[in-house]
Design a protein around this ligand. Structure first.
Ligand SMILES: Cc1cc2nc3c(=O)[nH]c(=O)nc-3n(C[C@H](O)[C@H](O)[C@H](O)COP(=O)(O)OP(=O)(O)OC[C@H]3O[C@@H](n4cnc5c(N)ncnc54)[C@H](O)[C@@H]3O)c2cc1C
Ligand SMILES: NC(=O)c1ccc[n+]([C@@H]2O[C@H](COP(=O)([O-])OP(=O)(O)OC[C@H]3O[C@@H](n4cnc5c(N)ncnc54)[C@H](OP(=O)(O)O)[C@@H]3O)[C@@H](O)[C@H]2O)c1
Length: 491
């Protein structure tokens, strides 16, 4: 699978170790990956819902790539801060930016920063163990939660809020999140979209999961589906099937068995359509949210391109928790890198960053924050192809040798930055899995960068002591094995 070159040893580095970073790396002959966190895999670790473990299997392929001697992983390196893009460009023939979309779109309405209002990005980061989101501790002490946006992230959040904790406790959800969800008072989740049922952004698999979610029942409104049946025949097949399932959920009388299940359900979810946020409502002392004011919309046009237009009517919905799930957003990394702040992407042509030879982008940074892992894979392969073509055609000059990681490692050392290697990540991985095993979960994630680095320092200390010993390599293997055992949990 590795592309080979007639030219000698071109040096390429990738910034970010999410799916885009790894899929780009898969197609390059020799590559260094710089990752801000000590742990790899981006949103596969910190985004994908804990109750979707099968999606995380892509990690196995990424691990094979990372273990290959052609690929080196440098975790704990914050590009843009610890090392600049210009320094990477001097050290490498090509630099691929794959640092994802770490910001979020804002609603741009008054009250957005009130307590009780969260972005889905932070909420997801919280339950998935993203170190920067561990302070969030969302207040779940209310009956109704409103989620704005009707994409798959909105559905992930709704499911996590409503799923029986007996299911969640067998996943890699973090322990603090699990404990908060056990105590949660949330009984009703409204998933609010600015357009109609035929414009929802979620997919059928995720909607079906909501329909089948144990101990919950849907509360859809029949009126929302007026005229939808007539439009079905013109819809593309995936949209048609999804709309049919929504209609069935909203309009059909369920089977007796299903009625019985629903009557016993303690929690409710619903889709609300044609509603846009105009203000987050605060309690009298303005300290936290008590609801949201929504503009009632009508649709102009039809199909995917239909536009929401306010009718002038407004509606207030009472809620104690508001999660805005209207999309992630890439952020500029360095003033030297072109950035289209309107689209929030690095402007590019097939991954080639405009006006900057030798600089590329892939993944969500290249396309904007939509697309599943498979979409990200394809766009990353395209970028890798562009890199290879440019090197072969001479558009990127690889005739003069570049120092690659050698010079960057020197800079990092001068700056007191200690990169985490892939085998060091595997030590963290082993520890997390053994901690998880102890509580019947696939893993119990370390929740702070300090904890992660501390664990490595401890391991290193033992190995350092043993290094003078001729038995070092055998001992290294034994230590690694032992670290998987519960008896040597140090953190
Ligand atoms: C909540 C959520 C759930 C999802 N669930 C699914 C799912 O179930 N199935 C599916 O197919 N797709 C899912 N997706 C989509 C999938 O996660 C994306 O398609 C994919 O992760 C995008 O890959 P990426 O590499 O561009 O970005 P990311 O995965 O975000 O990776 C970017 C990486 O860059 C690193 N980075 C950031 N800044 C720097 C820096 N300055 N220096 C160095 N490194 C840096 C980050 O730490 C991160 O590791 C989900 C997305 C979200 C948001
Ligand atoms: N299980 C999975 O496979 C899975 C899970 C999670 C995420 N993902 C993928 O990850 C990607 C990102 O998901 P996402 O849910 O963050 O994004 P998304 O699919 O783009 O959905 C965003 C939602 O926010 C709405 N929205 C955007 N701007 C708004 C505004 N200003 N006011 C009100 N509503 C607004 C959109 O409505 P409009 O349509 O009207 O713009 C849409 O309903 C998607 O491709 C998704 O499929 C996949």
């Amino acid at each position: 699978r590795w592309t080979t070159f007639s030219i000698c040893s071109p040096k390429v580095c990738i910034v970010g170790s999410g799916p885009a970073g790894f899929y780009t790396a898969q197609h390059l002959i020799k590559v260094d990956i710089y990752e801000r966190l000590p742990v790899p895999f981006g949103l596969v670790r910190f985004g994908v819902a804990p109750d979707h473990p099968e999606v995380k299997n892509v990690i196995n392929t990424f691990t094979l790539t990372a273990r290959n001697s052609r690929c080196s992983f440098y975790g704990n390196v914050n590009v843009g801060k610890d090392v600049s893009i210009e320094e990477l460009q001097q050290a490498y023939h090509a630099v691929v930016l794959s640092y994802g979309a770490e910001g979020n779109r804002r609603m741009g309405v008054p009250g957005e920063d009130l307590a009780g209002v969260y972005s889905a990005k932070d909420f997801v980061g919280w339950y998935n163990g993203l170190p920067s989101c561990q302070e969030l501790s969302p207040d779940l002490n209310c009956e109704t939660a409103v989620i704005l946006g009707q994409g798959n992230v909105a559905l992930d959040v709704a499911r996590i809020l409503l799923a029986p904790t007996d299911i969640l406790k067998k996943t890699d959800i973090t322990q603090p999140a699990l404990e908060a969800l056990v105590q949660s008072q949330v009984r009703r989740v409204l998933i609010v979209g600015r357009r109609g049922p035929m414009q929802v952004a979620c997919t059928i698999k995720e909607f079906r999961e909501m329909v089948n979610l144990p101990d919950t029942r849907p509360e859809m409104m029949a009126d929302d589906f007026e005229g939808v049946k007539e439009a079905l025949k013109d819809l593309p097949r995936p949209r048609k099937r999804l709309t049919e399932l929504m209609m069935k959920t909203a309009l059909e009388i369920p089977s007796e068995k299903e009625q019985e299940r629903q009557s016993k359900a303690s929690r409710v979810w619903a889709f609300r359509f044609l509603r846009s946020p105009i203000e987050i409502l605060a309690n009298p002392d303005n300290s936290r949210t008590v609801g949201i004011r929504l503009a009632v919309n009508r649709l102009e046009g039809s199909g995917d391109g239909a536009r929401a237009v306010p009718t002038g009517e407004v509606e207030d919905v009472t809620c104690g928790l508001l999660i805005s799930s209207i999309g992630y957003k890439s952020l500029p990394i360095d003033p030297s890198v072109p950035f289209d702040s309107h689209k929030a992407i690095v402007p590019n042509n097939m991954g080639r960053v405009q006006h900057t030879a030798g600089l590329y982008c892939s993944g969500w940074l290249k396309t904007g924050p939509t697309g599943v892992i498979a979409t990200t894979m394809n766009n990353s392969f395209d970028t890798a192809r562009s890199v290879v073509e440019d090197m072969e055609s001479g558009t990127v000059d690889v005739s003069a040798a570049r120092p690659g990681s050698q010079s960057i490692s020197g800079l990092l050392e001068e700056r007191g930055v200690k990169p985490v290697t892939f085998s060091n990540w595997e030590k963290i991985d082993s520890l997390e899995m053994s901690r998880g095993e102890a509580s019947g979960k696939p893993r119990e994630k370390l929740l702070t960068v300090e904890e992660m680095l501390q664990h490595l320092t401890w391991t290193e200390l033992i190995l350092y002591t043993l290094k003078g010993n001729p038995m070092f390599f055998i001992m290294d293997a034994i230590i690694n094995k032992l670290l998987q055992c519960k008896s040597i949990q140090m953190v």
